[in-house]
Design a binder for this molecule. Structure first.
Ligand code: ATP
Length: 225
């Protein structure tokens, strides 16, 4: 029998995380998470709302409201799970701390993939202890229209060292970058917020229950949120 190694088990459990502010969650996020889970064969896909992203301005809507909207959106989708750990942590959210925590919980053999848009990958060198991330997890990067894969610089070097194909995500627990071209619905949370702030409706861009929640709690009425 083979002993566990960092290259071996095909039965390796594969967990994926899809992080974001989800301010608010919309169909673009949900379709992307579901498609990545199904197409890459992850055993689990967790949506991971961030508390106070260190590299972005703090969102005006409370963490609790963003969590509630996400929970409503996921209520009828058993394929997608909510992981609230970053909201429970006081202070800034660092992805590297989340991944360290998950590694400590799950052990070194589980494959962990952290999913992000190409826009996020380009900003990666600004993240806290960013070079450690690839030691803790794979990065699954979805290319977004208008964003180019860099030819030089730190991100280009990272890609040159770690770029791999989808099969590698199961073969190894961490250390690969997969670039995926995926259908992106042309929806953004920024667009939804500005629709509402200008008195227009975001209906059909996000789940009906999330829309109801926004109306009940009068969210995003001002541009600052
Ligand atoms: P904002 O407009 O406030 O920047 P956003 O809609 O881009 O928000 P985030 O919460 O910042 O959403 O994004 C979480 C993740 O979802 C990021 O990795 C981002 O690249 C991805 N994402 C955002 N919009 C879409 C979309 N329409 N389709 C697929 N993925 C998306």
């Amino acid at each position: 029998m083979n002993s566990p190694s960092s290259e071996s088990p095909s039965s390796r459990k594969c967990l994926a995380l899809f992080g974001g502010t989800f301010n608010p969650v919309h169909f673009g996020h949900l379709r992307m998470a579901l498609e990545l889970k199904e197409l890459l064969g992850f055993d689990e896909m967790r949506l991971l709302p961030s508390h106070q992203p260190a590299h972005r301005a703090e969102p005006g809507v409370s963490a609790g409201a963003r969590r509630d909207m996400l929970a409503l959106a996921l209520e009828h989708c058993p394929a997608l799970l909510l992981d609230e750990r970053e909201l429970q942590r006081a202070g800034p959210t660092y992805t590297v701390d989340t991944l360290e925590e998950l590694r400590a919980e799950l052990g070194s053999e589980v494959s962990i993939s952290f999913c992000m848009g190409l826009d996020s990958l380009l900003g990666l060198p600004g993240w806290h202890r960013w070079e450690r991330l690839i030691q803790l997890a794979h990065l699954v990067v979805v290319t977004r229209p208008g964003w180019q894969i860099p030819r030089d610089g730190e991100v280009a070097e990272l890609l040159a060292r770690h770029r791999a194909d989808a099969a590698e995500l199961k073969r190894k627990p961490a250390g690969c970058i997969l670039l995926r071209e995926q259908t992106l619905l042309p929806i953004s949370a920024t667009g939804i917020r500005s629709l509402i702030a200008s008195g227009r409706s975001p209906q059909y861009l996000l789940p009906e229950r999330v829309f109801d929640y926004i109306q009940t709690h009068q969210l995003y009425k001002s541009e600052k949120q």
